[in-house]
Design a protein around this ligand. Structure first.
Ligand code: FAD
Length: 432
């Protein structure tokens, strides 16, 4: 393999997952990152933990707390649905670095000031030391990555992160809808407490910066859930950090010698609770895309199309999931915050009812081994990017037979277990 140098900007979950994947493919990879400038607590589901394991981020995975119950107070209904694992982000981010060091990935602790890019490579200017040269650049600086023009942008949204200390106790989290937004709160076992309120950034109703902390404390005083989860300290002003949480799909997810992954490619509304999941999803596919761009430049268009389409589909799926969740809150549906979000990004349903008449076979990009290739896949209204295999069984030949009315001999030739699985899948696609 040619000795090409790859620079990954940003050591969040996305940048780290790409760096580890490239390292496994034998590329000389260097990560450049500064530390996050604020602390936060985040909640993740089991599938994020699965993604971290798949990425080889074992120490980051181990830094997640055990699942704790999450209370939900939405549309006036109070219920405890499922669980989530709490992540203390500074601890999680430090564990990510340890995973990188353990895998032998070079990490430069520096702030990237500016990048000069051309067809020949990239010159990365840092706040310390000499500029760094790289043949290929992975942009993974999250929401701080320079804007390359937003293709799709949700309603402007702001989150105010508040933290304070109480005595150690039982951990837990809760989410609550408010007339002008929603809040998420968590208590870690060591007594660290976190309350995050998400509001419309353009509402014009927020006080001046130096009054925000007291404003948040007053709002906590109005919440039943806050009183249940925290002690009296919660009603005092706390340390505060303001962050944009607008959903953004960036204009282009990649070019011949660069790729955007994670929040740098698309940042979703935190309501989805899926930010880390989406950042890992785009990052896990990136090593095969980069490998193709570097080793098979004749397939560059295919590889770029693969990455772009997956990023866009994922973004739309999360945006529509968020929209439907906003629509479930009916008490304030005409308030600007709720009105704008229950109709963005469009009116398309999250899932389309199955219709076998719409199912077709098409040649589309897929990951084959460590490269992007083209293969015949089955495209359905719900899976526009196509499905190649069902647990190892190639679906295109089966669907072709079904469309020709010659399914029976194909099914009979399959072992019983596989036959049942394929029959179940076909029924799920509306095949009768
Ligand atoms: P990041 O994790 O942001 O990593 C980017 C890295 O790049 C950081 O280390 C940063 O320090 C570094 N960097 C940035 N600029 C530079 C620079 N100039 N030079 C060098 N380094 C730089 N997701 C969930 O799954 N669950 C949640 O509960 C959740 N809550 C959220 C709440 C809010 C308010 C917001 C805004 C997001 C939330 N998310 C949540 C989303 C989650 O934080 C992100 O999706 C995820 O961290 C993105 O990973 P990433 O690797 O793409 O970027």
């Amino acid at each position: 393999m040619t000795e090409l140098s790859i620079a990954v900007l940003g050591a969040g979950p996305a940048g780290a997952a790409v760096a580890l994947g490239l390292r496994r493919l034998g590329y000389q990879t260097c990560v450049v990152s500064e530390w996050r400038r604020f602390a936060a607590v985040e909640g993740v589901s089991q599938r994020v933990l699965d993604g971290l394991r798949q990425a080889g981020l074992e120490r980051a995975l181990a830094s997640a707390d055990a699942p704790t119950p999450r209370k939900v107070l939405w549309n006036g209904d109070g219920q405890s649905i499922n669980q989530e694992c709490l992540l203390d982000r500074p601890r999680f981010d430090a564990a990510i670095r340890e995973d990188l060091y353990a895998a032998g990935v070079a990490v430069i602790e520096a702030r990237v000031l500016r990048v000069e890019s051309s067809a020949d490579g990239h010159l990365i200017h840092l706040d310390s030391g000499e500029p760094l040269r790289a043949d290929f650049l992975v942009e993974a600086r999250g929401r701080q990555a320079p804007l390359a023009g937003g293709r799709l942008r949700g309603p402007e949204t702001l989150s105010l992160l508040n933290q304070w200390q109480e005595s150690p106790g039982r951990p837990g989290s809760a989410v609550e809808s408010l007339a002008d937004g929603w809040s998420w709160m968590a208590r870690l076992a060591d007594g660290r407490c976190y309350w995050q309120v998400t509001l419309d950034a353009n509402s014009g109703e927020l006080p001046a910066k130096d009054e925000l902390s007291a404003y948040c404390a007053r709002r906590r005083g109005d919440s039943v859930l806050v009183r249940r989860l925290f002690g009296d300290v919660a009603l005092q002003p706390a340390s505060l950090h303001a962050r944009s949480s607008t959903a953004i799909l960036f204009h282009e997810a990649g070019g011949p010698n660069w790729l955007r992954v994670g929040d740098a490619a698309m940042a979703v509304d935190p309501l989805s609770g899926n930010g880390i999941f989406q950042s890992l999803s785009s990052a896990l596919q990136a090593p095969a895309v980069i490998n193709t761009l570097l080793q098979c430049p004749e397939r560059a268009d295919l590889a770029q199309r693969f990455h772009q389409q997956r990023v866009e589909q994922l973004f739309l799926r999360f945006a529509r999931t968020g929209r439907d969740f906003y629509a479930m809150e009916q008490r304030w549906s005409e308030q600007p915050f709720w009105r704008d979000r229950r109709q963005w990004p469009d009116a398309e349903p999250l899932h389309t009812p199955p219709d076998f008449g719409q199912v077709r076979v098409q040649r589309l990009p897929v990951i084959r081994g460590d490269l992007i290739d083209e293969a015949e896949v089955v495209v359905t209204a719900d899976q526009p990017l196509g499905i190649w295999h069902l647990q190892g069984i190639e679906l295109a030949p089966i669907v072709r037979s079904a469309l020709r009315g010659e399914l029976e001999p194909v099914l009979v030739a399959l072992p019983v277990e596989q036959r049942r699985m394929v029959q179940g899948w076909l029924l799920g696609q509306g095949y009768r």
